[in-house]
Design a binder for this molecule. Structure first.
Ligand SMILES: *Cc1c(COP(=O)(O)O)cnc(C)c1O
Length: 427
């Protein structure tokens, strides 16, 4: 933690972020990292950078070094850090009403649900908090629907999922993960899941039967390394599930809300799932907000007392979520992601053969395979820290690039140049 960030921020002088308030911590980055060690669970292995403030695509560490944030909170920060419209919505709501529980109505929920239903082309919203909760809620919903509407025999419902999936960290969800690190030691697991290879319609067809409540997939597998299925796969899943009389649940917690250059990743094939799972960016990088959005015939099976969450749909979350929906309703962010996605893809194409062995990109989202001779994804990420760019490895030699959709072309080119520099260095 000694090399100053080499990247310079052209907007730095115009940025008032934290100019007047002193850092809350007087300890150095190294001291804070050491201080975490005995008191914070070791379930993450963060890059050795300690952030203290941020604005837009720029984050700043305890020592005042600035970095371009190309991870964007795993897409929870699609609108950048502290987007003015989102911060303002939060401030206004903080001064009025923050939490009621769903024991009472409040004046922000209807607008949030109306906006989200309209944005997604679906009918009803079940508000939750985290992504994993939305997935759990989707699973419960699909099972309930299978017994009540489809007529599956009691306790026999199955859900078909894809290998390489990432849907969160609860015990039920890790039970159908194919990542041994995520699963091992956490059993026994919830039965009723069938795993098929991703991007394989024949395997999916073979796994679906009269017990199938739903097919649950990510339209693009983010954690697996930004794996984009073949054109026609999502259309195929839609047709197959319709024919089989089961639900199509799309987990767009990471792929949705502008990231890929469309509102939803399924929009690239003009496919409407029965159930859509949203999270991450829905909270504007301010509060955890997730949602199950579905057709009325599906979400309508839930009745009072059957499901809930103390914080789900709270006024603060609904206010921020509504502001996020308003930003997306303009189409501006989707367009930016599509346009700058071209810059990202051509920049990565230029690095192909020069340290990059392959990449997959859609909109402002890329999985980049690094030549293992140059180091692991982790090592590349660590070297990028010294170039003033924050990314995170996914698996082995793959790094993921997902900047805030507010990034400028110049900033993106700066980041790509930093990647080029790092890949030109020998391990
Ligand atoms: C992040 C993520 C989740 C889990 O969200 P949390 O808020 O971390 O619980 C679920 N599905 C996908 C596709 C994700 O990327």
């Amino acid at each position: 933690m000694t090399t100053p960030a080499a990247v310079t921020d052209p907007a730095a002088e115009a940025t008032p972020a934290g100019a007047t308030d002193a850092a809350p911590a007087s300890r150095s980055s190294a001291e804070l990292i050491r201080a975490e060690e005995p008191v914070v669970a070791h379930n993450y292995h963060p890059l050795p950078v300690v952030l203290a403030r941020a604005e837009g695509v720029w984050v700043e560490d305890v020592e005042g070094r600035r970095y371009l944030d190309l991870l964007a909170g795993y897409s929870a920060l699609n609108f950048g850090h502290r987007h003015p419209a989102l911060v303002e919505a939060a401030h206004r709501q903080l001064d009025r009403l923050t939490l009621t529980s769903r024991a009472f109505h409040h004046d922000r929920l209807a607008g949030f649900a109306e906006g989200l239903a309209e944005l997604t082309g679906l009918d009803m919203v079940l508000p939750m908090n985290t992504g994993a909760e939305a997935v759990e809620s989707g699973i419960k919903l699909a099972r309930k629907w299978a017994y009540e509407v489809k007529g599956v025999a009691p306790d026999r419902a199955t859900i078909v999922v894809a290998a390489g999936n990432f849907h969160g960290r609860t015990t039920t969800i890790v039970g159908f993960s194919t990542d041994e690190t995520a699963r091992a030691g956490f059993g026994p697991f919830t039965p009723g899941f069938r795993v098929v290879p991703y991007n394989d319609l024949a395997a999916l067809e073979a796994a679906v039967d009269e017990t199938t409540a739903a097919v649950l997939i990510e339209p693009i597998q983010g954690e697996a390394g930004v794996l984009i299925p073949d054109d026609g796969y999502l259309t195929g899943v839609r047709e197959l599930t319709r024919r089989a009389g089961c639900l199509f649940i799309a987990d767009e917690i990471q792929s949705g809300l502008g990231r890929t250059g469309r509102t939803l990743a399924v929009d690239h094939e003009d496919v409407r799932p029965d159930v859509l799972l949203l999270g991450k960016a829905l909270g504007g990088g301010i509060v955890p907000v997730s949602a199950v959005v579905a057709r009325r015939e599906v979400l309508g099976v839930l009745r009072p007392g059957e499901h809930g969450s103390t914080f789900g749909g709270n006024p603060l979350a609904a206010a921020v979520g509504s502001a996020v929906v308003e930003l997306l309703a303009t189409g501006e962010y989707q367009r930016r992601a599509a346009d700058l996605g071209e810059v990202l893809s051509s920049g990565l194409a230029a690095l192909q053969g020069n340290g990059v062995t392959g990449f997959r990109a859609r909109g402002l989202w890329a999985g980049v395979d690094i030549d293992p001779a140059l180091g692991t994804g982790r090592e590349i990420s660590e070297r990028l820290v010294h170039e003033g760019v924050l990314v995170k490895d996914t698996h082995g030699a793959t790094i993921r690039i997902a900047p805030p959709l507010t990034i400028t072309r110049e900033e993106l080119e700066q980041a790509l140049a930093a990647l080029g520099t790092v890949l030109g260095q020998r391990a």
